[in-house]
Design a protein around this ligand. Structure first.
Ligand code: GDP
Ligand code: GDP
Length: 433
């Protein structure tokens, strides 16, 4: 489970500049309210081998300063709710402003780690200017220059120190998250699933921090539903800022094993839905696609087949994903949806014994070796599944750099064909032996 770090602060202090310096991989996220895809404000970072997600909350606040003032409380409160640590950025050029004081007031009440970060300290002269930020009452601060990078190492050392271990929790029960665009039928699906409260077994107090899992026993399966509290709460914050839903989907995806991606059949598997799909895929989560409101679709003989084909086209090359046609309204195939999610969960935690893996794969490789590249012949000698929470495979060979993507895809397809990893992203590494 990934830790989440939020960067908060008023506009122009340098949050996005700092964010860009931090991240190594951007993730597209869907902004559910405005229907815009944002790919700039959520990313993965790591420092000293610890991976975490970074959210630049400023990226979600648009409009004029007075709109911002109204929004900032909510923005900071949400960051407080959802993040494991908060970087509160201020600007040495402008000094302490009223808005900084407002934010500081909110943050002083928080019991999560807050890193007051004075930005634009580009030279030693400015280090002295930063002292005025003591007046914010947040104690020690860090001075950085997002533009030239100075000071960021000290900040990150301290930051990763307080983050919870990023290793996935060993949970014996599958953790499912129901994700999708607004009006896809997520709440209806969850209600159909959980029926009455009596299906709730326990609210598990979060092991790392606050509770986000609820344990269910339904249709003969036991599972945890990630973040149902958030979904229930959603009703109350219907017209809340876009940032809320973004944080929520990011967070529930990060915390689950399998995403149940629900979409409205009458609206199609559009760009927004695809973004959620890729977000889950890049986080190495299991995925089940649920085509909901199937009751509203005029059916012809080939509807399911054609529909399936159209979706698979959109998710190439990761097409080995189960697609279930449901109607939450008619309670159609709800059981099938959960059964499929449980299968995907099993596939994701599957371990192929090394001996069996080599027996199968080396025979295939012998028959179809990697094509020569730049006149070099690659010899794959051995392979193994890595002991990670999701399937990753290492193939040991003499010249790993000469194995191209098409051949890796071939290996992946063979693994899928022989061992069944339906619904689960697979990573393949070529390593030198
Ligand atoms: P945001 O609104 O908080 O995301 O701020 P931006 O990252 O967009 O930065 C606002 C302005 O400050 C831009 O013109 C940046 O180039 C500038 N800026 C950001 N970081 C630094 C820094 O470390 N030093 C200086 N001198 N300028 C910076
Ligand atoms: P959410 O925003 O994703 O949680 O979506 P809701 O669960 O609130 O559902 C949005 C609307 O779609 C509601 O009016 C539901 O009654 C309706 N809806 C949900 N599932 C189905 C379905 O299978 N068939 C039909 N016809 N309507 C549905």
């Amino acid at each position: 489970m990934g830790a989440i770090v939020a960067i908060v602060g008023r506009p122009n202090v340098g949050k996005s500049t700092f964010f860009n310096r931090l991240i190594k991989r951007r993730e597209a996220i869907v902004d559910e309210v405005s229907g815009v895809t944002r790919d700039r404000h959520y990313g993965k970072s790591d420092w000293n081998g610890k991976e975490f997600s970074v959210i630049d909350t400023g990226g979600y606040v648009v409009g004029s300063d007075d709109i911002f003032e109204k929004e900032i409380d909510k923005q900071v409160e949400l960051a407080i709710d959802e993040a494991d640590a908060i970087i509160f950025m201020v600007d040495v050029e402008s000094g302490v402003t009223g808005m900084d004081e407002d934010v500081a007031k909110l943050l002083r009440k928080v019991d999560k780690p807050v890193f007051l970060t004075v930005n634009k300290v580009d030279n030693t002269q400015r280090v002295a200017d930063a002292v005025e930020f003591y007046s914010l009452g947040l104690g020690e601060y860090y001075t950085v220059s997002s533009i030239n990078g100075s000071g960021t190492g000290e900040l990150l050392d301290a930051l990763v120190e307080v983050l919870p271990e990023s290793a996935e929790e060993e949970s014996e029960l599958p953790r499912f998250a129901v994700v999708g665009r607004p009006n896809a039928g997520k709440s209806s699906f969850i209600n159909a699933l959980i029926g009455e409260e009596r299906y709730i077994v326990t609210d598990i107090a979060g092991t790392t921090r606050d509770s986000i899992d609820t344990k269910y026993n339904r249709f003969g399966f036991e599972f945890n539903l990630v973040d149902t509290a958030g979904i229930r709460r959603k009703a109350k914050v219907k017209e809340d800022l876009e940032f809320y839903s973004v944080m929520r989907s990011v967070r529930s995806i990060e915390h689950c094993d399998v995403c149940l991606l629900v979409f409205d059949a009458t609206r199609g598997f559009d760009g927004q839905v695809q973004n959620i799909f890729w977000l889950a895929q890049r986080n190495n989560k299991g995925i089940v696609i649920l085509v909901n409101k199937w009751d509203l679709v005029e059916k012809e003989t080939n509807s399911v087949r054609d529909y399936t084909k159209a979706i698979k086209k959109q998710i190439e090359p990761f097409t080995d994903v189960p697609i279930v046609f449901i109607s939450v309204l008619n309670k159609q195939r709800i059981f099938k949806a959960i059964e499929t999610a449980v299968e995907v969960y099993k596939n994701r935690s599957k371990r192929v014994p090394t001996r069996k893996l080599n027996d199968v794969m080396l025979t295939i490789i012998e028959k179809t070796p990697p094509p020569a590249y730049k006149g070099k012949y690659v010899k794959i000698k051995f392979c193994t599944q890595l002991p990670t929470p999701y399937p990753q495979f290492a193939f040991f060979c003499n010249l790993p750099q000469y194995v191209r993507d098409p051949y890796k895809r071939f290996l992946e397809n063979q693994l899928r064909e022989h061992f069944d990893f339906t619904g689960v992203p697979i990573t393949i590494f070529m390593r030198k032996k």
